[in-house]
Design a protein around this ligand. Sequence first.
Ligand SMILES: Cc1cc2nc3c(=O)[nH]c(=O)nc-3n(C[C@H](O)[C@H](O)[C@H](O)COP(=O)(O)OP(=O)(O)OC[C@H]3O[C@@H](n4cnc5c(N)ncnc54)[C@H](O)[C@@H]3O)c2cc1C
Ligand code: FES
Length: 361
Amino acid sequence: MKPYRKYKVIRKVEENSLVVSLYLAPIDDRPLTLFMPGQHLMFKLHIPGQPVPVFRYYSFSDIYSPEYYRVSIKKESAPLNNPTLANGLASSYLYDCVKEGDILEAKGPSGDFYLNPGDNKPVVLIAGGIGITPLLSMVKSIAKINPDKMVYFFYGVNGSGEHSFQTEIQELRKGYDNLTITTFYNKISLGDVQGLHYDHEGYINIKTILQITQDIHLDYYICGPGVMMNYVTGELEALGVRKDNIHTESFNNRSYQNLQEETLESLTNEESLKNDTVFSIEFLRSGKKIQWDDRYRSILEFAEGNDIEISSGCLFGDCGTCLTEVREGNVHYLHKTLASIDKGKCLPCSCIPTSNVVLNV
Ligand SMILES: Cc1cc2nc3c(=O)[nH]c(=O)nc-3n(C[C@H](O)[C@H](O)[C@H](O)COP(=O)(O)OP(=O)(O)OC[C@H]3O[C@@H](n4cnc5c(N)ncnc54)[C@H](O)[C@@H]3O)c2cc1C
Ligand code: FES
């Protein structure tokens, strides 16, 4: 099990009305572990009122510094079509409650969505909304160390109110010949100046990308809303870009409507699953057999809360990293998963047990 480490929040910066950056310094004397641009930390959050820890990933949004890590968090609001639902649990806590001086626990760096800023292969970075965090780390790392690597950076946001890191991006635009940065605003507001605040009105689109890059056969790194990622990857593949040249990271931000439907369905099922039967989960390779605690949201979080590590990439059933062999027993899924589940296996990040379960992990 990779250890969790404690960090003090040494600075909290409001990037806009929805996004805060937290600067984290270790409270021990050991140096900060190096990370590759694009990687993330897994946070173990002790949120007041929550009976068990909450686990979430947040990507590094800056280049490596030996002094601190920076992560940037977008406060996820309740769905527009149902404002009575709760705001995002972890992001609201980090945005509203965590303050300078507080201590947070996290482990990592981890993640395979990263690039090597040292090679000279041209790269296209495509970010939507808060999906900018890993890509900002990438573009800043390249700016710092490799003037010979061409970068085409496309950033789409709803409008000026959600345009994070404007000053940093302006500096990148002005200072580096190898960076071409293009911003899309979906909605233009009074005072928005084309060429200064934004370049194009509307969503990120493949025609504009191609006009700027003039070459399709490049490496692509894409992070943003699912709709945007599906659109861009679909267009690139249709144009003949090989799948292994397209790298994506999903932040789990599915459409609110889908999440709502899936969550309500699962809550109904979850209620009917609650009974007095006590289940155990046996983790074969870890040699632990533990009584299931239904305050956890998933088997993976339960395992993590009991110091058993199951590899993960998304915590939402999208990436398939946590796929685990089920030797015995049954599980129930709390939402639809994008990753396919082979027979005899389960995605522990997205299910809970409905009987005694034996997992080969
Ligand atoms: C690899 C990776 C890196 C990431 N990096 C970042 C990053 O750099 N920055 C960042 O901000 N995020 C990042 N994320 C996303 C982050 O991990 C969280 O998923 C995100 O902050 C939302 O968590 P939450 O606890 O706030 O929301 P949750 O509590 O999980 O809720 C999610 C959404 O569902 C809504 N909701 C709540 N209840 C219901 C209901 N009953 N029905 C329907 N909807 C409901 C909430 O209002 C919210 O909008 C990353 C994710 C991954 C996988
Ligand atoms: S962690 Fe991604 S599918 Fe389970």
